[in-house]
Design a protein around this ligand. Sequence first.
Ligand SMILES: [Ca+2]
Ligand SMILES: [Ca+2]
Length: 180
Amino acid sequence: MKFIKNKTIFLFLGIALVNIGCSKKGCIDTDALNYTADAKKDDGTCIYPSKAIIKSITLKNFPNVDDFGNSWDNTSLADPFVSIENIALEVLHQTNPKIDETPEIIWGVTPNLIIQENSFSTSLILYVYDEDGSVDDEMGEIWISLKDYTSSGTETNKYPTTIQKSAQGCTIEIGLSWEK
Ligand SMILES: [Ca+2]
Ligand SMILES: [Ca+2]
């Protein structure tokens, strides 16, 4: 019994020493991906992302009618899809339309859309359309600049895994990961 007690004490001592050793050094920059809350001294291991990967798009809300009070789809419920474009209006990703839908609509982005660091300051424009046989009706557009969510950005939530934004009655949430 005494033997076990001693062993336990040594085990606790060991864990305590390891904890003291680890808590001193780490990444102390709260803007870094690997910020370590209990680190006291920076050891130069901070990691800042070089890319953001968009993994999902959720259309949480969209208006039922257009500016004229007409429903998007004259014969049935709306058939929304989302097109992510850059400032040059190049289509980076376009979801499939979801037929006869009401919010909330979730798309997985396949393949995952990679935005490199040098494009963080470029706006992403998320256009929401109602699919139509001839002309796609624009339901709304939402602008996102990933730079706002980086260490030098204006947003308080740095490197979030979800970004939600609204405009023109549309609310979109993108799911993303920031990687080295
Ligand atoms: Ca339609
Ligand atoms: Ca429809």
